[in-house]
Design a protein around this ligand. Structure first.
Ligand SMILES: C[S@@+](CC[C@H](N)C(=O)[O-])C[C@H]1O[C@@H](n2cnc3c(N)ncnc32)[C@H](O)[C@@H]1O
Ligand SMILES: Nc1nc2[nH]cc(C(=O)O)c2c(=O)[nH]1
Ligand code: SF4
Ligand SMILES: [Mg+2]
Length: 236
């Protein structure tokens, strides 16, 4: 292995759980939550991970790969905070792919998807393993107060294994969701999910909206972990 062991990643929590969201919902995954974010969403359920004074363990790629391999779990979800802000994240992703893992990155839509993918591609000899790298990008709606930070170019960088996720808290958010899906032809490009801002809108109202507008190819999801455990529980 040729890992850069100078680089350390600030990790605020690491755990195994079922993935509560997305294309692998219900499957086991190892979660790596990185510290820090460039946005400040109104509804963020992990603000604690973004605070300067939150303790983080500084880990090298070799340590993280060893941690993941020890679990015997095939899926890795990188989240945060904002994982794509981590310097040289590509090196860690490459090593996890080489170890046979499927790597999903939860990202906030303000950072380039293509930069990290190109960096991983550059590092990896096994081109097929790139299909095991998937990005789940949020499009932050008006209710988040972060919509102006969205990098619309990401929509032309999506791969079929990727997901665009809209976390909606109001009918206005749903109207914008529908407009963006149409304008960028998202259901033809990748997976598309709508998720309620937890507690802010009735899931049934999202379903009614989807029915009224024949939103074919779009999936509504609930964050399963918030129903299985207490909504503010960490490490699950
Ligand atoms: C905490 S973020 C971390 C990754 C990245 N910063 C992002 O925003 O995608 C992980 C996911 O949780 C979602 N999320 C955060 N707070 C939420 C809430 N109160 N209700 C529903 N989803 C929420 C985010 O929209 C994002 O899709
Ligand atoms: N169980 C569980 N599944 C998740 N899927 C995405 C999560 C995230 O916070 O990004 C998450 C999380 O925090 N817990
Ligand atoms: S981008 Fe993600 S981590 Fe950052 S504030 Fe928004 S939901 Fe929280
Ligand atoms: Mg979460």
């Amino acid at each position: 292995m040729n890992m850069n062991n100078q680089i350390k990643y600030p990790v605020v929590e690491q755990f195994v759980s079922i993935n509560g969201e997305g294309t692998k919902a219900g499957e086991l995954a190892v979660f790596i939550r990185f510290k820090g974010c460039n946005l400040n969403c109104s509804y963020c359920d992990t603000q604690w991970a973004n605070r300067q004074d939150t303790p983080a363990v500084e880990k090298t790629a070799a340590e993280l790969v060893a941690d993941v391999c020890r679990t015997g779990i095939d899926n890795v979800t990188m989240t945060g905070g904002e994982p794509l802000l981590q310097i040289e994240l590509a090196g860690l992703i490459k090593e996890l792919l080489s170890a046979g893992k499927a790597v999903e990155i939860e990202t906030n839509g303000s950072v380039s998807l293509e930069n990290v993918r190109a960096q991983v591609k550059h590092l990896t000899q096994e081109r097929q393993s790139m299909e095991r790298l998937s990005m789940t990008m949020d499009y932050k709606l008006a209710g988040s107060r972060m919509e102006t930070f969205m990098r619309l170019q990401n929509f032309s960088e999506l791969q079929p294994q990727d997901t665009v996720k809209f976390v909606a808290g109001s009918i206005e958010d749903l109207e914008k969701t529908r407009q963006i899906i149409q304008e960028y032809g998202l259901t033809q490009k990748c997976h598309v999910y709508i998720s309620p801002v937890f507690g802010a809108i009735e899931p049934a109202d999202i379903v009614e909206y989807m029915k009224a507008h024949q939103m074919n190819g779009v999936r509504m999801q609930l964050q399963m972990h918030k129903f299985i455990w207490a909504p503010d529980e960490r490490g699950v």
